[in-house]
Design a protein around this ligand. Structure first.
Ligand SMILES: [Zn+2]
Length: 115
C-alpha cells in the first residue's frame, strides 16, 4: 500500500465495537479513539484502522522521512522500522535511538515493536 491513493480520507473515530489495529495487531476497545483511513488504491477501495498510538508513531515517522515515498505505508509501519534496524544495536538501544530520531517516547514505540 505504498502507492498514492486516488481518493483518500482519514479521520478520528470512537470505537463502538472492538477493532484490531492494522499495525500492531492490538485491540482497539469500544470507547477508545482510533484513526480510520480509507481510499482507493488501484481502483480498489481499502480502509485501515489504526490505534491512536500507531497513528501517532506513523505521523512522527512520516515527518522524519526526507521524501514522501520514504514514509511508512499502511500495514507497513513495523516493517518500516525493521528497515532501519542495523546490526550492532541491541533491542533497547535501537528502540531508544529510533524513538529519538522520530521524536516520540520510547514506551509508545515499544507498544508497536515489542523489543
Ligand atoms: Zn496499533
Amino acid at each position: 500500500m505504498c502507492e498514492m491513493p486516488s481518493a483518500f480520507t482519514t479521520k478520528q473515530r470512537k470505537a463502538l465495537k472492538a477493532h484490531i489495529c492494522c499495525e500492531c495487531g492490538n485491540f482497539i476497545n469500544p470507547g477508545e479513539n482510533y484513526q480510520y483511513s480509507s481510499g482507493i488504491w488501484d481502483s480498489e477501495p481499502r480502509s485501515f484502522k489504526q490505534c491512536g498510538n500507531c497513528y501517532e508513531i506513523m505521523q512522527a515517522a512520516s515527518k522524519s522521512a526526507e521524501y514522501c515515498e520514504d514514509s511508512p505505508c499502511f500495514q507497513g509501519l513495523h516493517e518500516w522500522f525493521n528497515d532501519y534496524q542495523c546490526k550492532g544495536f541491541t533491542g533497547k538501544e535501537w528502540l531508544h535511538s529510533m524513538a529519538s530520531q522520530i521524536n516520540i517516547e520510547p514506551e509508545k514505540l515499544n507498544k508497536l515493536l515489542c523489543v
